[in-house]
Structures are given as C-alpha cells and as structure tokens.
Design a protein around this ligand. Structure first.
Ligand code: KIV
Ligand code: NA
Length: 264
C-alpha cells in the first residue's frame, strides 16, 4: 500500500471515509500498527504518562520526543508519522516553535502537533512557512491540565462551543492540515467537522469526526484506563501478566528451559 500523505487524509474527509490514528512510541508496536493498516501514527507527548511513568504530559521533554519520534520513524514505512511539540517548546513564540519543529522533522516526524487555538496562530503560521506541516489540537488540551482544572469535557455550553469552532477556523486559516478534537461533545465535534475543510480527528469527540485517535495502551487494554470514550479491543495487561506468570512458574519448576532451548 502507498505511503500515507496529508492529501490522503483530505481525500478521506472528502469521501466520507473515516481514517484511524494510534499513538506509537516504539519499534514493535509501531510495526504492528503498520501491519494492521493504521494510517497515522502519533508519537504523542503521552509517552510521558504511558511509558516514562510521569503523571502529566507537562513532564515530557523535547528530548523525550526526539528519542521516541526517531524510534517510530525508523520502524515503519507506510503510516504518516506525527510528533507532538512538548510543553514549553512553542508557547514562547514562533521562533521557538520552528526551532523545535525542525528538530522533530529531523528525527523523522512528517507533521508536528501543538495544542491550542488563537494563542498559537503565529506559531502555526511560522511552522507552515518553514515547510513543516502542522496538526492542531483543541478541546481538552492535556498540557493545560492545570489551567483547565483537570480532565474535563470542553465546549459543553453554547459559548464554549462557539469558541471551539472559532479556534478551529483560526488554526485552519493559519495553515493547520488537520485538527485533533479531544473530550468535546459529539454534536460540537460534528459541527466543527462540518465548518472546517481540514480533517478532524476525535478522541472522546463522537463518531462524526473524519478520523479517530486513541492512546494505544488504552485501546489494547494494557494501561487499565477505562475512560468513557475508550473501547478496549484487547486485554494485553491480562495476556502479558499470564505470560510472565507462566514463565516464572516454569523457571521455578525447571521445566523451562527444556532440551529444545539448550545447547549441547
Ligand atoms: O499525546 C497524545 O497521545 C495525544 C492524543 C491523545 C491526541 O495528543
Ligand atoms: Na499529546
């Protein structure tokens, strides 16, 4: 299958064919998602909370993003690879956004994602002018978890919904190629999906978005996170625990390694 490009996501929107994005942070999971036909891999700053043991993505560093972006980009061929700009690497202005965006592209990212609406319009313009395509991220924006007073659905009232739609149009006009909508009422996400020309990608944003994204350890049942918007398509925590228990038991009773695993 052909390499996924931004224009394929735009075609998918125009044809009404939803596409799928998953987070990925390492070689074998990224390869499994490529084999499964996942179109877009997001090296999210969620690597901080899913792999590195932090409790907030505000702890994820630019160096973390470079390391894991490189791992994923080296491991796959077909999916579009998107990497998050870490907290603190773009809020300070367009020059910082471009400097860090360039490094993510050097590490293998094909688009960079940043959180926010009107406030990051200059950053988006500068990145796009530098030849770096941008994915926006609106609704619940995890890097602002403290200002937003926790993980909460955004845009519930009419004013909030209007503001989200305005932000979506603003970042589209600044040049964003796609927009993640996180924790947004389904009706609001549907309206935004209709008013913007670029694809929307939902997480906890209902079925009308042009694409969907989940954190892979959530959808595979490894993290144990069961938010309302998450569906678990596997029970990797159980399977992995069983495998480790079995291994421990067989080592304890000397049934592993057997002759077939041993050298003469
Ligand atoms: O970092 C991440 O995993 C994300 C997705 C939840 C969209 O930004
Ligand atoms: Na993120």
């Amino acid at each position: 299958p052909a390499k996924v490009r931004i224009r394929h996501l735009h075609d998918a929107k125009d044809r009404g064919r939803p596409f799928s994005m998953l987070t990925a942070y390492d070689q074998f999971s990224a390869q499994a998602f490529e084999e499964a036909g996942i179109d877009v891999l997001l090296v999210g700053d969620s690597v901080g909370t899913t792999v590195l043991g932090h409790s907030s993505t505000t702890a994820t560093t630019h160096q973390d993003m470079l390391t894991f972006t490189g791992a994923v980009a080296r491991s796959v061929h077909r999916p579009l690879v998107v990497a998050d700009l870490a907290f603190g690497t773009y809020e300070t202005g367009p020059a910082d956004a471009v400097r860090h965006g360039v490094e993510l592209v050097r590490a293998g990212a094909e688009l960079v994602k940043l959180e926010g609406g009107h406030a990051v319009v200059p950053q988006i313009r500068a990145l796009v002018e530098a030849g770096i395509p941008v994915m926006g991220h609106l609704g619940f924006t995890p890097q602002s978890v403290n200002s937003l007073s926790g993980h909460r659905v955004q845009g519930r009232d009419a004013h909030g919904a209007d503001q989200l739609a305005e932000d979506a149009l603003a970042i589209q006009d600044a040049g964003a190629s796609a927009i993640v909508l996180e924790l947004v009422p389904a009706s609001v996400a549907a309206r935004i999906t209709e008013v913007v020309q670029v694809p929307t990608i939902g997480i906890g944003a209902g079925p009308a978005c042009d694409g969907q994204v989940l954190v892979w350890q959530d959808m595979a049942g490894l993290s144990g996170f069961h938010g309302k918007f998450v569906k678990t398509f596997a029970d990797l925590r159980r399977d992995l625990t069983h495998a480790a228990e079995q291994y421990r038991a067989e080592v304890g009773e000397r049934s592993y390694p057997g002759e077939e695993h041993s050298f003469e």
